[in-house]
Every structure is written in structure tokens, then in C-alpha cells.
Design a protein around this ligand. Structure first.
Ligand SMILES: Cc1ncc(COP(=O)(O)O)c(C=O)c1O
Length: 421
């Protein structure tokens, strides 16, 4: 196993914390991850040495702008985006998607159609529903199969027509953990003449992401899900971003990415993002040789980021299986997601389940009492919980591992789940 987990853990100050001698077990990662020292250093350094607004002639502003450019470039490296100008920072994925949906919907006319999915977080649903309502556009729904926990792409083929202008789906589900074949879905959307908007919030922390390989038009993610501060990032195809109308103040220029980065951004957040990517690139450097044949010719930071995410993916598969194997052995537990050991490649280590006779909330509280952090309910995946028929019974308990978690931590969780009656 190429990742040195002990060394990795030592770089995250929060992972060493204990309360009354009980270590904290962070399995709430799909809702937000802990940060390595590089993030703290970058933020502190920014606030002390170059805290200034954009575009000044003086030292702090010049240094600040250099850091912001570097953060955009580092994100472009992570996503294999062709240019740093196609990277748009914002408060979070939801806010960016509300803004983008407003801009994109202006291209459509009443009677046009968009396709949303029953597997998506509401951040990739509600913005589109509301924009569609305003413009008299019809929403069509792509279901997922409640046994395979996947989309049936025949359903997508049935929904697509020359009326469909946009398909918005997730790369990985924040509830059931399924990874979707977004490359194929993009191809189908494009063949029908539709745009493709991908919510990659739950995929980017777990695997390499390559917007050029996918061929999509837009892809959004959240930095705080991959070891950085609370920031959202949207990548868009530059020819589309250039043509899109941006709601902005008049003094803001029309150049990318600034036309969509309205107002003063969280500069310290972007500096922290750079720190998170420097951390990942440093991890990647330690394993790059092992993944040399999978780096697609990428070198420098882009190559190291890809190597890191390939190693993260390999390690996390072992966590997924350890967790799922333990859960399915506990009487009364139902895992709502892919459980086949040969299909661990098709899911992220976000595993949701129910236990008969114990509500997800009760389980969550019992785990919290042992300093083990998880979420229960719908985690804003309201369509998913509804589609699974679990709304009335309180949703599911969600356990979400990241690359700094260990099988020993998962065992602690399994012990509590097994004991609860
Ligand atoms: C799949 C998915 N999409 C979107 C979001 C919303 O992201 P943000 O908090 O950056 O708006 C989340 C947050 O949990 C998510 O899991």
C-alpha cells in the first residue's frame, strides 16, 4: 500500500485531538474534511503578509494577486483544466450553481427541457428547478435503480430529445456513494445537443478528476470536502463562459474568471485552497513512481496531484470494503448502496445504512457519545431519500471515510452499531 497513513495523519492537527482521553473519529467527511498544516500556514501567511484587495500597485496587493492566480492554477491542475481562467472561485458549490443556473437558463426558451436526477444533492436540483420555473422550462427526472443503485442509461436515452438543453447530474452521490459514468452521460447529452453540468463535490476528494477527458461543459466542487477551507469552485468550458451572461457590477471587467467572481472573494480561502493542493501534491510526490504509467503524461504539480488521487482511490477502496463487510455482518443492518466487493471501484467510501428497530438519529447520537462523528437524515439529498422511500423513517445513517481514516476507526464504529438495539 503506497500511502503512509501515519505520516498523513500527523499533518492534520485536528486528527490528534482527544476529549477526556477519547480520540475523535471523523467519519463525517462527506459534510466536510479536516485540514492539513499547509492550509493553516497558507491562510495565516496570507492574513499577516499580503492581506489586500485585488489589483493594487502596492506590495500586499501584488503578492495577494499572485497567490490568487496560483490558487486558480492549482485548481486547474487538480481538474486537468486547460486554463486557470476557466476556474471560478465562489462561496460554495450551491451559490455557484445558483449563479450559473441563472446565467445558463437565459439561453433556453419556454418549452425547452432539462434533465435532473433523483440521485442528486439538492444543490444540483433546486437551482435548476427554480430557474426552469421562472423560464417555463420543463424538468424531466432521471431515476436510479433502487437495487443496483445506479442510473439505467436506457432511461436517460428515453428522456433525451432535441428539446433537452441541459443534463445536470452528480459524479458521485453524497448519500449512496455511487460513482456515475459521467463521461458516457456527457456523450449522450451532447449527442442530443444538450449541455452537461456535473456536481463533482463528492467525487473530487476521492479520485482523479479530468474535465478534458470527461468532455463536460461545467463541473462544480467544494474545497472544504478535499481538505481545504470553505470555498466552492466551478470549472466551465472557456468558450461557453465567455459567451455566458454574468450578473456583475459594472466596474468589474468582462474578462474570465473575474466576470463570475463577483465582489471581493475570500482571498484567505483561496490561499488555503492552494495549501490543500500543495498538501495533496506533496502526498502525490511520494507515490508518483508507483503510478507513473497512469499519469497520462502529466508532470509537476498536475502529475503529483493525479498520483495522490490515484493512491487515495486505492487506499479508500480498502476502507469501503472493510466498512461494508462489517456492516452487512451485523444483524438488521441494510446498506443502501453498492456492496459487492468486486464493485468497490464503482463507489466512493460514503456508505449509508439503516438498522431495523433503531432510528438513524439514535444511532448517530450513540456514536457521537463515543466521539465518532457521522450524519443522519437526508444530508440535503432529499430526492434520494424520497426515491428510497426512507423519508418518513428518518433517512439513513451516513458514514463517510477519507484517506486519513483507518480500519481501526471503522472497527470502533462497527462495535457501536452492532451493540445498538
Ligand atoms: C454532492 C453534493 N453536492 C453539493 C453540495 C453542496 O456543496 P456546498 O456546501 O459547497 O454548497 C454538497 C454538500 O454536501 C454535496 O455533497
Amino acid at each position: 500500500m503506497p500511502l503512509n497513513i501515519e505520516k498523513i495523519r500527523s499533518q492534520f492537527p485536528a486528527l490528534a485531538l482527544e476529549d477526556d482521553g477519547v480520540p475523535r473519529v471523523y467519519l463525517d467527511n462527506p459534510a466536510g474534511t479536516q485540514v492539513p498544516k499547509q492550509v493553516l500556514d497558507r491562510i495565516t501567511n496570507y492574513m499577516i503578509r499580503c492581506n489586500a484587495n485585488h489589483g493594487g500597485d502596492f506590495r500586499t496587493s501584488v503578492e495577494s494577486d499572485a497567490i490568487l492566480d496560483e490558487a486558480h492554477q492549482a485548481m486547474a491542475d487538480l481538474l486537468n483544466a486547460p486554463s486557470l481562467n476557466d476556474i471560478i472561485f465562489g462561496a460554495n458549490m450551491t451559490t455557484l450553481t445558483f449563479a450559473m443556473s441563472r446565467s445558463i437558463i437565459r439561453w433556453f426558451k419556454p418549452g425547452d427541457e432539462i434533465i435532473l436526477s433523483r440521485m442528486d444533492h439538492d444543490a444540483n436540483v433546486a437551482p435548476w428547478m427554480q430557474a426552469a420555473k421562472d423560464m417555463d422550462i420543463t424538468v424531466k427526472w432521471l431515476p436510479f435503480n433502487t437495487e443496483s443503485y445506479q442510473f439505467d442509461l436506457n432511461n436517460l436515452a428515453d428522456l433525451l430529445s432535441d428539446k433537452v438543453r441541459l443534463v445536470a447530474v452528480n459524479y458521485a452521490s453524497n448519500a449512496i456513494g455511487t460513482i456515475n459514468d459521467v463521461k458516457k452521460i456527457t456523450e449522450m447529452a451532447h449527442d442530443a445537443g444538450a449541455l452537461m453540468y456535473i456536481d463533482a463535490v463528492q467525487y473530487v476528494p476521492h479520485s482523479p478528476t479530468d474535465v478534458q477527458d470527461i468532455g463536460c461543459d461545467f463541473l462544480a466542487c467544494s474545497v472544504y470536502k478535499f481538505f481545504g477551507p470553505h470555498q466552492g469552485v466551478l470549472w466551465g468550458r472557456s468558450d461557453l463562459l465567455e459567451k455566458l451572461y454574468a450578473y456583475r457590477v459594472r466596474p468589474a471587467g468582462a474578462a474570465l474568471p473575474g466576470k463570475f467572481e463577483t465582489g471581493t472573494q475570500s482571498h484567505e480561502g483561496q490561499a488555503g485552497t492552494l495549501g490543500a493542493l500543495e498538501y495533496l501534491a506533496a502526498v502525490g510526490e511520494t507515490v508518483a513512481d508507483e503510478y507513473r504509467d497512469q499519469l497520462k503524461g502529466l508532470s509537476g504539480r498536475a502529475g503529483n496531484l493525479r498520483a495522490a488521487m490515484l493512491a487515495v482511490k486505492d487506499y479508500e477502496k480498502t476502507l469501503s470494503w472493510h466498512l461494508i463487510k462489517g456492516l452487512v455482518e451485523i444483524p438488521g443492518v441494510t446498506v443502501h448502496g453498492i456492496t459487492d466487493p468486486d464493485r468497490m471501484d464503482e463507489r466512493v467510501p460514503t456508505v449509508s445504512f439503516t438498522k431495523s428497530g433503531v432510528s438513524p438519529e439514535t444511532l448517530s447520537r450513540a456514536l457521537a457519545a463515543e466521539n465518532i462523528y457521522v450524519w443522519h437524515g437526508d444530508y440535503y439529498a432529499v430526492e434520494v431519500i424520497d426515491h428510497l422511500g426512507l423519508t418518513e423513517s428518518g433517512g439513513m445513517l451516513r458514514v463517510g471515510a477519507a484517506h486519513y481514516n483507518t480500519t481501526a476507526e471503522i472497527d470502533k464504529l462497527l462495535d457501536v452499531v452492532a451493540e445498538m438495539q
